[in-house]
Structure formats: structure tokens, C-alpha cells
Design a protein around this ligand. Structure first.
Ligand code: SF4
Length: 176
């Protein structure tokens, strides 16, 4: 393991992940307006506006949904890491932040879209499925650019194949 490289990569990746995942909220309709599934016609061209899944949720409901999604994505990650023979990063704040990003997308989009990428249209990407976790590069080649699932030969992989819900909550800054 390259212990001396851990701090720099954490210092770079954590702010990056937070910046990308926070775009989920920036791109929401103002006040999460309930513009649910507005479909219509403008001249000959069909248009569709799809609200985020949490558009009509109160803060309390959103917190409950996030907790449920965070637990589900933590369980998924632990199971998938076991099935693929991969490992978590030696600094568990990396998987914690990625799992939270996945949970946020599960709540807002209905699917765990990869939180480490920028999308012009998140709803379209979520429907397309290529970047829904586990994404195609991970399924086909064990490539996880989020560093959630690391192969044994990765310089940053640790020995851990398990992360608890409490660890995810604490290391990612809480449920919301
Ligand atoms: Fe993102 Fe793919 Fe890694 Fe999941 S497996 S966190 S979708 S890069």
C-alpha cells in the first residue's frame, strides 16, 4: 500500500465527490416543485419534464427515504464487494461518500446512478442504465472510477470487505 499517497488522494477525491453529488440538488427544480411527469406537445415536437422522485417529499419524509436508501446501498456494496472479490479503500471515508452519493440518486432518481460523473441529463442517464451501479465498466472489467470497489492490486485497496451503516453515516457527514 502506498500509505504516503493516501492523504493526497483523499484530499482530492472527497471534495470532488461532494461537488459532483451536490449537483443533484443544484439541478433540481426550484423548491423541488411538483412538476411530476408533465408530458405534452409543443407544435409537432413532444416534450417531457420529469420531476425528481423526492419532489413532493417533506424534509422528514426525505430523511426517512435517505436513511432507507443509505442502508440499502451499504448492504448492496458489502454484498457486491464480496461477490467480486474486491476491497474497500484503506480510507473508509472514500466508500462512505460514494455510498451516500448512490443513496441520494436512489432517492432523487429511483436508481443508484454513479455519483462520480457529471451528466447533462440525469434522468436520461438513469433510464439508460449504463452508469447505474454497478456500472458496465465495473461489471465487465472490474473498473470502478469512484474507488468504491478496488481490486487487490490497487495501491489504495485496504483489507476491508465490510462497512457498517454507522460508519457510512459518520464518515459521509450524516444522512442528509
Ligand atoms: Fe460508480 Fe461504477 Fe463504481 Fe458504481 S461501480 S460507484 S457506478 S464507477
Amino acid at each position: 500500500m502506498l500509505t504516503h499517497l493516501r492523504m493526497p488522494i483523499v484530499a482530492v477525491i472527497c471534495p470532488l465527490l461532494w461537488a459532483v453529488t451536490s449537483l443533484a440538488f443544484v439541478s433540481k427544480p426550484p423548491s423541488r416543485m411538483a412538476t411530476a411527469n408533465v408530458v405534452g406537445r409543443c407544435g409537432e415536437s413532444k416534450f417531457a419534464l420529469t420531476a425528481t422522485k423526492d419532489a413532493n417529499m417533506s424534509e422528514e419524509e426525505r430523511e426517512v427515504a435517505m436513511e432507507k436508501a443509505l442502508k440499502a446501498m451499504t448492504a448492496f456494496s458489502n454484498k457486491y464487494i464480496e461477490n467480486t472479490g474486491t476491497y474497500y479503500c484503506s480510507d473508509k471515508s472514500i466508500p462512505a461518500v460514494v455510498i451516500k452519493g448512490l443513496a441520494e440518486h436512489k432517492v432523487t432518481l429511483g436508481t443508484p446512478l454513479c455519483p462520480c460523473r457529471f451528466y447533462e441529463n440525469k434522468e436520461k442517464e438513469a433510464q439508460d442504465g449504463y452508469w447505474n451501479c454497478p456500472c458496465v465498466p465495473m461489471r465487465e472489467r472490474h473498473e470502478c472510477h469512484c474507488m468504491l470497489f478496488l481490486t487487490e492490486d490497487n495501491d489504495f485497496s485496504g483489507d476491508e470487505k465490510n462497512i457498517s451503516f454507522e460508519e457510512v453515516k459518520k464518515l459521509s457527514g450524516g444522512i442528509l
